[in-house]
Design a protein around this ligand. Sequence first.
Ligand code: C2E
Ligand code: MG
Ligand code: MG
Length: 556
Amino acid sequence: MGTHSLPDSLLDLLSDAVIVADADLRIQKVNRAFEKATGLTLGLVAGRDLNGLWTEPLAIIDSVMSSGHPQSGEARLEKPGGEIKHFSVNLTPQDNEGTGRPGLLAVLHDLEQSGATQSKVGVDALTGLPNRYLFHDRAEQSLLNAKRAAKSIAMLMIGLDRFSVLNDAFGHGGGDELLKEVAERLKKCVRGSDTAARLSSDMFGLVLPIAAVDDSVIVAEKVLKSMREPFKVDGRDVVLSASIGISIYPTDADTADHLQKNADSAMHHAKSMGRDQYQFYAGEMNEKARKRLDLEHRLRRALAADEFVLFYQPKIRVEADTLTGMEALIRWIEPDRGMVSPAEFIPVAEESGLIGPIGHWVLREACRQNKLWQDMGLKPLRVSVNVSAHQFRDRNLIDKVQEVLVETGLDPKWLELELTESMLVGDIEQVIGKMKTLRDLGIHLSIDDFGTGYSSLSYLARFPITTLKIDRAFVKDVETNPFTAEIARAIIGLSRGLNLEVVAEGAELAEQVDFLRENGCDMVQGFYFSKPLPVPEFEARLIAATEAEKQKALMA
Ligand code: C2E
Ligand code: MG
Ligand code: MG
């Protein structure tokens, strides 16, 4: 079987233009994409010399023929109407079995269409790696080779975790430094026959011919390991990780586009499984992706249709058993499905950017409601609002918060923002600066889910926070598990040392509340006292608390 007997159907599936030439460089075949891109039909070019197709001689033809190695270059071609088209050209020698003389396979990529005319063909200017167009070409070439030889290839999509956070934190210069180093490390993880490319700002791709699926695991593990080594940016150590999705030809797909799509959804799966890992594409991922997309759709509609409400969970000062604060927790009541848990939709809102408008709504609504209760003459409480990483990164966060305070008339001292440790990373000085500005407005700041992240104690002392919230994990079995009890005690001690108020989350049992009280915890928020309540029920509790305090004042 010679190259010219590649099935037309296969060639015609490719979105890039392909030319097949024999050992004498006579054009044997072109695919439909070629005819479309150039206006030259097979009838017009069949039998013509490949060298004669271009407006200038294409030097790489000779060097590919003499070296026997694939090469890429750039060429211009005149369309029948006289228009000149600009292509990147990848040439691969093709064995003509039986004759022993190789022919050529040329894959053309329209540079105007790709918008890449300005940059060096096929190469990412920052890292020097192939760009996504060249990656696509290389992937298709590898596929053609694999198909002919009945071999396998693996495609890996490598996404850097939380790169946007670091990029914001260090500025673009720092981000670029990081990306260059990532590219260098990637190059060291692959062999000469593999392709490593930069596909978009924080996405890299690999194509590897493999003998067995295990080969792709070895490379994926190598990449993960090399990314875990600290990077130096601006003379500082920065820790990074990557998430990798893998798809395999022929098991998962048989076109480059399809392989890439599947590797991409596997990468998102890797991210959702906690990042810093690889995942293979699995068919049911389509189902997951579809569900996620559906959720995103419904969320968008929910925002427009006012389907969100806030519940409020009481915070109780344990020493005196009094209601002294509340956390606003979002609830989504979908008309035909009922209540959807924030644990389910907040991550999707984060990923899709919808958390921006949703978070803003939460902030405004919580401030509005709190002011309303105060205006009713009820005991004033501080309301805490959860802030997502996306919101915290927003350059306009301060302005937005200020605007909401002015608009609702709430005194800033009655507002607390709950941050998590994972968002306080990157450029620590910048993070601290932002927190200081918020504190200067008079707002309280707390660290939510404390103990589950990895904030360094030395930073903790520098964060201008007012409160630590002990994560439920260190409360849920505190009365029976000495290890948990030790951690809870340590966090309480730490808070005291740093002069912070400490709130324990998720206490469900009297024994837990007793333990917390005895060990000096200021406040408790948990089902033992109350679940998060809808407005009318919370209001009833707040009225009762207000009355009780009036009584107490009268007695004193
Ligand atoms: P979180 O901020 O740590 O909120 C505390 C969660 O613990 C709430 O879950 C609350 O219902 C639950 N909880 C409180 N006491 C107990 C208890 O005694 N036992 C148990 N088992 N659970 C308890 P919820 O309301 O489902 O919220 C889950 C998470 O969703 C929140 O965790 C927060 O991270 C996020 N979230 C909720 N509302 C918002 C919001 O408005 N904006 C953002 N960005 N995130 C939100
Ligand atoms: Mg919270
Ligand atoms: Mg929490």
